[in-house]
Design a protein around this ligand. Structure first.
Ligand SMILES: CC(=O)SCCNC(=O)CCNC(=O)[C@H](O)C(C)(C)COP(=O)(O)OP(=O)(O)OC[C@H]1O[C@@H](n2cnc3c(N)ncnc32)[C@H](O)[C@@H]1OP(=O)(O)O
Length: 414
């Protein structure tokens, strides 16, 4: 019999051993200490078989930017079940407890990054943002259709970076839905960690900001570099095949973005810039003069979102256009969300209440979550057979209301 309960701080090392076992990992002491500190700050739920910890789940205490608001949102991480106990409902038990805690503490949404896309739909999570990997052939200067901002660029020491770029990041979060808040600890232990967690060949983080000295920065790029691969050390090719990996680039204007991309594409002794997890509507894809030089090489579901309290989530966000629809929502895990509800929303706010009339649209809560940040169109899900449209035009009207000026985006993998 497996018991689902709080994991005390004294059991964090056991939780880490279980996580390293299931993720086939053997991190160095420094990374273990970092993970320990991270889990000490998280909400922790365990599955115990007798004294043995056989399942674990942690949750960051995030806020997530949604259109027009910033909502408390547990960010699930370190989800793991022992190989001896898989497919016996342990994850289901952990998830049920996590959703109960979110409900009890008034957090209307929850989010995660999935190790495998097939796992979380059954728990009501929908893929709400899309990550786009962009590669630049930087063996030649980046060709641009707009003039880059001419203001000065300067390197910032990682020790000062949180103070210098943190406020810019926070402001950018408000402008795009899908972004978790970032504590000083997460800045330091993840984005600005000296050692890259995934690949020790990468350099420490480099931060370049744009703006006049003494003024708030107008944009920044955070990147790491990697020399050419071993064995490829002779000749011209070797001098130009190093890699610049852009971890984050934020800019107030297209001209600032152009200057920062131009700068990273010009890093000496490198021949490629790779930026994973960019927004699907990255302006670079439009102002690059040569789309053979700047290519999209991958697109993937990034943030998986769960509407824990559908009514609270829908009425908290802003709406681009008026809409009135009756939704028939299916939610196999959280019955309070299930049923027929009238959504009346517009630029002045929204109401969401039980309705008696016929439904205009019928959908599962995971489909509603996929559309909630404006990154998935309801009409596309109607076309895919996942949303039933009983009243012609209802899906398009809901799309008009859900639309956001820019696509949602999540650069934080957690
Ligand atoms: C947010 C994150 O941390 S993502 C990281 C997730 N963790 C990992 O990938 C680590 C390795 N994997 C594991 O630890 C486990 O296999 C887990 C956590 C993925 C699943 O745990 P389990 O306890 O086996 O899941 P549980 O028994 O509750 O399964 C519930 C349902 O999900 C299904 N399921 C579970 N894992 C998977 C999977 N990887 N792919 C597809 N379906 C899955 C089960 O078949 C079951 O289906 P059913 O309801 O139709 O019967």
């Amino acid at each position: 019999m497996v018991d689902i309960r709080e994991v005390p701080e004294a059991d964090i090392d056991r939780a880490l051993e279980l996580a390293y076992l299931v993720f086939h990992d053997r991190p160095e002491k420094e990374a273990r200490e970092r993970h320990h500190a991270l889990l000490a700050r998280c909400d922790r739920i365990g599955a115990y078989d007798g004294d043995a910890l056989v399942g674990f789940m942690a949750a960051h205490d995030f806020r997530l930017s949604v259109p027009g608001a910033d909502l408390p949102c547990p960010g699930l991480t370190f989800v793991c079940v022992a190989p001896t106990h898989r497919r016996r409902g342990v994850l289901t038990g952990l998830m049920t407890e996590m959703l109960r805690r979110a409900t009890d503490t008034g957090r209307p949404i929850a989010a995660l990054w999935a190790s495998e896309a097939a796992i979380y739909g059954r728990f009501g999570y929908g893929g709400a943002t899309t990550g786009t990997t962009i590669e630049i052939d930087s063996t030649r200067p980046l060709a641009l259709r707009i003039d880059p901002d001419p203001r000065p660029l300067r390197l910032v020491d990682p020790d000062e970076a949180v103070d210098v770029i943190g406020p810019h990041h926070e402001a950018a979060r408000a402008g795009r839905a899908g972004r978790p808040s970032r504590s000083p600890e997460r800045w330091r232990e993840e984005w600005l960690a000296e050692q890259d967690e995934e690949d020790e060949e990468f350099s420490p983080p480099r931060i370049i900001v744009l703006g006049e000295p003494g003024e708030p920065v107008a944009g920044y790029v955070l990147y790491r570099t990697k020399p050419e691969s071993a064995g490829d050390t002779a000749g011209t090719a070797a001098r130009t095949t190093g890699l610049v990996r852009v971890d984050e680039l934020e800019a107030q204007t297209p001209a600032v973005a152009a200057a920062l991309w131009e700068c990273v594409a010009a890093v000496d002794l490198t021949g490629k810039v790779s930026a994973w997890g960019r927004p699907a509507d990255d302006p670079l894809l439009h102002f690059a003069a040569d789309r053979d030089q700047v290519r999209v090489t991958a697109q993937f579901p990034a943030l998986w979102l769960r509407l824990v309290d559908v009514g609270a989530a829908l009425t908290a966000r802003s709406w681009a256009a008026p809409v009135e629809v009756v939704l028939e929502v299916h939610d196999a895990r959280l019955p309070d969300n299930a049923g027929r509800f009238r959504l009346k929303a517009g630029p002045d706010g929204a109401t969401y209440a039980h309705a008696d009339g016929a439904a205009d649209l019928a959908l599962d809560v995971r489909e509603l979550a996929a559309c909630y940040l404006g990154g998935t169109r309801v009409t596309d899900l109607v076309a895919a057979g996942l949303v039933q449209e009983h009243t012609p035009g209802a899906a398009a009207a809901l799309d008009d209301a859900l639309r956001t000026p820019v696509l949602p985006h999540t650069g934080d993998e957690f």
